[in-house]
Ligand binder design. Structure first.
Ligand SMILES: O=CC(=O)O
Length: 403
């Protein structure tokens, strides 16, 4: 019961006009002024949630309890990689501060003896920083690492778990914006949007659209590899384009879920590759999915097909992709992820004209950054309070690795 109430905190609730909460601080003024976009209600977790239900917009929400803790009593969170010059990231720190005593890496290194005892959690923003054995050895009270983002391939889960530390991620916050980027890449590649922009601003005004024709997404076949919450959101969007939707996944979705988006299951990935006009990769990076798409798989795709990757770069064998694009084995590729990130400026992928590359921006939205932080905070506090992680263990589970 508590679990479902706590999870309801994660669902979008329309922001009321005049509502003063943290969610509001995180919205770009241009969006906030319209007052119609959906955001989750921000809750002060210093007020422990022994909850009573109330209703907002037909949904049950949990009202926080009253006790507010002093800063010194708050659990310490070490923050990694909150850099940048944007107000959004400062707001992120402000959001964490409402629930934790914030300790920056600089502060920790300056006063290791005192700080190391206070740190009970680590907040990881962006997937770049690594957490090594040495850091873990110096934090005797560490209980949880809250990863802000769904992919945790940058963390050594086995090593972290051996310290009795849990790792949580944020699949709910990332699903919609990442699915949006998948659709954006598919449409941009199909209609050669980037080339179009370049031509429109080039000094040569005599151009003919017939020289760079695109292909249509509407009624084409989309093959989704990886039908987790992001893949499913892609299918929901693709349905609006009357696309024929195929999917391949370790586990087949329930019949009602397939029917709701009109998706057909391909037990064999090969069948999906052979039939699809657009193949979208939405899997987690694991040893099983490392270089899942190589020369053989690219060879199975139609010469008119486009490969889109919104998961992790290493899911594709990039050398094989370069060769396939150079030899027109497939029509085009559109990647939000590569390895490494960014690619070296002389990388052969950057020299091709049948590719679009974006710099890993699947969750780079004002809303997603805030929602990821809130989801991570909810997870970290659940672990620290000895409570179940909201929605953990369901199909679209928040991961919680470790003992
Ligand atoms: O790449 C983004 C994420 O892992 O959420």
């Amino acid at each position: 019961m508590l679990r479902s109430k706590a999870f309801s905190l994660l669902k979008p609730i329309p922001l009321m006009s005049g509502q003063s909460n943290l969610a509001y601080e995180f919205i770009h003024p241009a969006i906030a002024s319209h007052g119609h976009c959906c955001h989750r209600r921000s809750v002060d977790y210093r007020q422990r949630y022994k909850t009573h239900p109330s209703s907002a917009g037909g949904r049950t929400i949990s009202a926080p309890q009253t006790k507010v803790m002093a800063e010194e009593e708050l659990p310490g969170v070490l923050i990694l990689d909150i850099g940048g010059t944007h107000g959004v990231l400062e707001n992120l720190a402000a959001l964490l501060k409402k629930h934790f005593r914030l300790i920056t890496m600089k502060e920790f290194l300056q006063n290791k003896k005192e700080m190391s005892k206070k740190i009970q959690s680590i907040f990881v923003f962006e997937c770049r920083p690594t957490i090594d054995r040495e850091l873990l050895e110096s934090l005797p009270n560490l209980k949880v690492i809250g990863n802000s983002g769904v992919g945790v391939n940058h963390l050594d889960l086995k090593m972290i778990s051996s310290f009795g530390v849990k790792v949580t991620n944020t699949p709910h916050a990332v699903a919609d914006p990442t699915a949006d980027i998948g659709m954006a890449l598919m449409l941009a590649s199909a209609r050669r949007l980037v080339e179009g922009c370049q031509i429109a601003v080039s000094p040569d005004t005599k151009y003919f659209a017939v020289d760079w024709l695109g292909v249509e997404v509407t009624r084409a076949t989309l093959g989704i590899i990886g039908m987790g919450s992001i893949g499913y959101r892609v299918a929901q969007r693709a349905r609006a384009f009357d696309m024929r939707i195929l999917y391949h996944n370790r586990n087949r979705r329930r019949k009602e879920e397939e029917e709701a988006v009109g998706a057909h299951y391909c037990e064999k990935m090969e069948d999906l590759l052979q039939q699809s006009d657009f193949v979208m990769l939405v899997v987690n990076l694991t040893p099983e999915t490392h270089k899942l798409i190589g020369k053989k798989e690219l060879g199975l795709m139609k010469p008119t097909a486009t490969l889109i990757n919104i998961s992790r770069g290493a899911v594709i064998d990039q050398d094989a992709l370069v060769e396939a694009l150079q030899n027109k084995v497939i029509r085009a590729a559109a990647l939000d992820v590569t390895y490494p990130e960014p690619l070296p400026r002389d990388h052969p992928l950057l020299k091709l004209n049948n590719i679009i590359i974006t710099p890993h921006i699947g969750t780079a939205t004002v809303q997603a950054i805030r929602m990821m932080a809130e989801e991570a905070i909810t997870n970290m506090l659940a672990v620290l309070n000895g409570q179940p992680i909201p929605n953990h263990g369901r199909r679209r589970a928040t991961w919680a690795f470790g003992k």
